[in-house]
Design a protein around this ligand. Structure first.
Ligand SMILES: [Zn+2]
Length: 143
């Protein structure tokens, strides 16, 4: 059975109607990934992108929702060095974690020269001088 239509139209049926678009965009705004949000409203994940190519208004709403969602996810991430580095969080906890991380890496780098002291030294044979049949007699004559 085909679903009832509000107006006659050609081509693909409206699988992604206004109510679904709103639910989809709300889910994105709340921090859901695109694929998850598509699954959430029950559409294939390529449907919104296809609509965004045809519908500039939807494209703008989607872009806004994605930006808001990125911020939501960043705000929900736990404080730590990654939060400081990736999300520009300047919470004291993040700043402290980043400081500690940097100090640890510096200490690791400073220890590196130790390794050179334990390096194996290989004795190489001295290079053999090239044999030259004429150089010696010439040298003897010259002296
Ligand atoms: Zn933070």
């Amino acid at each position: 059975m085909t679903p009832p239509r509000t107006r006659p139209r050609r081509g693909r049926p409206a699988v992604f109607n206004d109510a679904m678009q709103t639910r989809y965009l709300d889910a994105i705004t709340a921090g859901m990934r695109l694929g998850e949000a598509a699954q959430h409203v029950g559409i294939h994940s390529n449907v919104p992108a296809r609509l965004a190519r045809k519908d500039q208004e939807f494209a703008t709403r989607l872009a806004d929702a994605r930006a808001a969602g990125r911020k939501t996810r960043a705000d929900n991430r736990p404080h730590g060095e990654a939060h400081y580095n990736n999300d520009d969080c300047r919470h004291p906890d993040c700043a402290a974690a980043a400081r500690k991380g940097r100090a640890r890496r510096r200490a690791t780098t400073a220890r590196q020269p130790d390794r050179e002291q334990h390096a194996t030294i290989h004795d190489l044979d001295p290079p053999t001088p090239p044999k030259s049949p004429i150089s010696l007699p010439l040298l003897l004559k010259a002296s």
